[in-house]
Structures are given as structure tokens and as C-alpha cells.
Design a protein around this ligand. Structure first.
Ligand SMILES: NC(=O)c1ccc[n+]([C@@H]2O[C@H](COP(=O)([O-])OP(=O)(O)OC[C@H]3O[C@@H](n4cnc5c(N)ncnc54)[C@H](O)[C@@H]3O)[C@@H](O)[C@H]2O)c1
Length: 295
């Protein structure tokens, strides 16, 4: 396998393109937005500089990494020579089904089609194609070049051969693959999101404050970051949408999102990306300051 196409040049897409290019693959990075494509190239270059400063890459390796990435705004053209497509476009079911329908037509028949979705059913995505045995989940974590895990998700019809190929490929990229089956939230979010939701419920019910909840989990459970800070980092809208997937998918009230989370998303308090969530984020500052709302 040599040619990889990555769809979506946002947070995850630029990291995935970086990782494959660093490992010698020829990457075509595809996005409908030229602005996003150029921004992704800038981010990748800056992240390479950081790796050079840490002696992870040499200047020469940085040059060949960047030379391995081409950008493309036409989806059909971008996947024409792909042996593997990794889709990392916006988390929206209709959008992903349309993308998979289109790439099924345009990509070579032998190509494996993977999705980096956090929560949408791989089986559903696979049914939008005529090669459901060649569709799989390849769930990278943010930031992609740093985080070791790839959650490999078998759709209902994914073939063993395709799973093995993706497992071996993940190892070749220096990652640790874990194979799981396609049920709501897979494993990562099925376990993580109820914990985050419970932390929000604890705040909502006045059991403890933001700092106390995060400190208990950091110092008591050795988590590198508390659940409320992590929720801000992931994006509260993303947390809400994954909880809704779990709630709808299992029909179990234990996954119902906390009303405080729903309120915060409605109010546009989405965490780091909007400047405020459980904490307030000042531009250029890394200080962790609890939002006025929770003091
Ligand atoms: N952000 C995370 O921490 C994280 C972690 C794991 C998985 N994911 C998953 O990765 C995927 C991408 O998330 P993200 O955070 O990078 O999103 P993002 O919003 O940063 O980027 C999405 C990109 O997709 C592009 N896009 C939208 N429609 C497109 C189309 N039709 N064709 C090509 N490009 C299109 C957008 O222009 C945008 O650049 C989602 O499925 C998400 O659930 C995200």
C-alpha cells in the first residue's frame, strides 16, 4: 500500500495526513474548502517544526514528509489512485453517507474505505457502498501524531482480511490497534462519555465544583486531565452528540445527556473552541481558570 487519500483537512484530517506522510505514504488530502487545505498544510509544517526541535524528525525528513502530501478539492479526483481512503470529514451522518457513495464510484475497486467517525455506525456507512466488506472504522485519537491508539471498528460485514490489513497498517504507523465491533460509541466513547456525563451531573447536582471534580479524577485516578477539562477539549457539542447516539442506539436512560450539558451547548458554550465551557480560555493563555458561571 502506497497511496492514501484523506478526506477532510480539519483537526483530525491534518493529523492523519501528517502520520501517513511521515511513514512514507503518498497522501492526497482532500477538502471542499481550499482555505482548510492551506491551513492544514501550515499546521502540518508547524507540527513538523516542533518534531524537528524535539529531534523526532530531521530537516530532511520534514522536507520529504511535506513532499509526500498533495492537496485536492475534487473528491473524485482525490481518490482516483487510492489504495486506502481515510474519511475524516465533519461528523454528520448524511454527509458521510454521500461521501462514501461518491468514493465507492470513484476509488479503485480494491481500495479499502475507512472512516474516522467517533460515533456513526460503520455498518450504516458501509451500506452506502457496493463493497461493504471493504469498509472499516479507523478511529484515531487527537492529536493523531502523538496518541498511540487506533480503535479499529469492524462493521457487520467487514472481512477478516480487511481487518488484518488495517491492524498491520496501524502497527506500521507506530500505533497500537484495538479491534472492536460496531455498536454505539464503539468502546472508547461508550466508556468515556458516560464518565464525562456523570461528572457534569455531579456539578449540576451541586455535589462538588469544577476544580474539585477534575482534581479527584486527576489525583485519585491518575487521569492526565479531569473529565470536565477533557469535555471542554473535545467540544461540548461533540460530547452531546455522542451521548445522543448512545441514548438513541441503546434506548437506555442511563445515557441521557445531563440537562446542564444541553443548556451549555444551546448557549454556545462549547469549551476550548468557543472560548468558554467549564473553564474560560483566554487567547494565548494556557492557564486553567474556572468559568465565572461555576465560581
Ligand atoms: N476532533 C476530535 O477530537 C476527534 C477525535 C476522533 C475522531 N473524530 C472524528 O473525526 C472526524 C473529523 O473531525 P474533526 O474534529 O477533524 O472535524 P473538523 O470540523 O475539524 O474538520 C472537518 C473537515 O471536513 C471538511 N468537510 C466537510 N464536508 C466535506 C466534504 N463533503 N468533502 C471533504 N471535506 C469535507 C470540512 O471542510 C472540515 O475541514 C469526525 O468524524 C469526528 O467525529 C474527531
Amino acid at each position: 500500500m502506497k497511496n492514501v487519500s484523506v478526506i477532510g483537512a480539519g483537526t483530525m484530517g491534518n493529523g492523519i495526513a501528517h502520520l501517513f506522510a511521515q511513514n512514507g505514504f503518498k497522501v492526497t488530502l482532500i477538502d471542499i474548502s481550499l482555505h482548510q487545505l492551506n491551513k492544514a498544510l501550515e499546521t502540518i509544517s508547524k507540527n513538523c517544526d516542533r518534531q524537528v526541535a524535539k529531534n523526532i524528525l530531521t530537516e530532511n525528513q520534514k522536507r520529504s514528509l511535506l513532499a509526500n502530501i498533495a492537496i485536492e478539492s475534487d473528491l473524485d479526483e482525490g481518490v482516483r489512485h487510492a489504495e486506502l481512503v481515510v474519511e475524516a470529514a465533519t461528523e454528520n451522518t448524511e454527509l458521510k453517507l454521500n461521501i462514501f457513495k461518491e468514493i465507492d464510484e470513484a476509488a479503485p475497486k480494491h481500495a479499502i474505505l475507512a472512516s474516522n467517525t467517533s460515533s456513526i455506525s460503520i455498518t450504516k456507512i458501509a451500506k452506502a457502498t457496493h463493497r461493504d466488506n471493504q469498509v472499516i472504522g479507523m478511529h484515531f485519537m487527537n492529536p493523531v501524531p502523538v496518541m498511540k491508539l487506533v480503535e479499529v471498528i469492524n462493521g457487520y460485514s467487514t472481512s477478516k482480511e480487511v481487518t488484518n490489513t488495517i491492524v498491520e497498517l496501524s502497527k506500521q504507523l507506530g500505533k497500537v490497534p484495538c479491534v472492536v465491533n460496531d455498536y454505539p460509541g464503539f468502546i472508547a466513547n461508550r466508556i468515556l462519555m458516560p464518565m464525562i456525563n456523570e461528572a457534569i451531573y455531579s456539578l449540576f447536582e451541586g455535589v462538588a465544583g469544577v476544580e474539585e471534580i477534575d482534581t479527584v479524577m486527576k489525583l485519585g485516578m491518575a487521569h492526565p486531565m479531569g473529565p470536565l477539562q477533557l469535555a471542554d477539549f473535545i467540544g461540548l457539542d461533540v460530547c452531546l452528540s455522542i451521548l445522543n447516539v448512545l441514548h438513541d442506539g441503546f434506548g437506555n436512560a442511563k445515557y441521557a445527556p445531563c440537562p446542564l450539558l444541553v443548556n451549555m451547548v444551546t448557549a454556545g458554550k462549547l469549551g476550548c473552541k468557543s472560548g468558554e465551557g467549564f473553564y474560560a480560555y483566554a487567547a494565548g493563555s494556557k492557564d486553567l481558570i474556572v468559568s465565572e458561571r461555576f465560581k
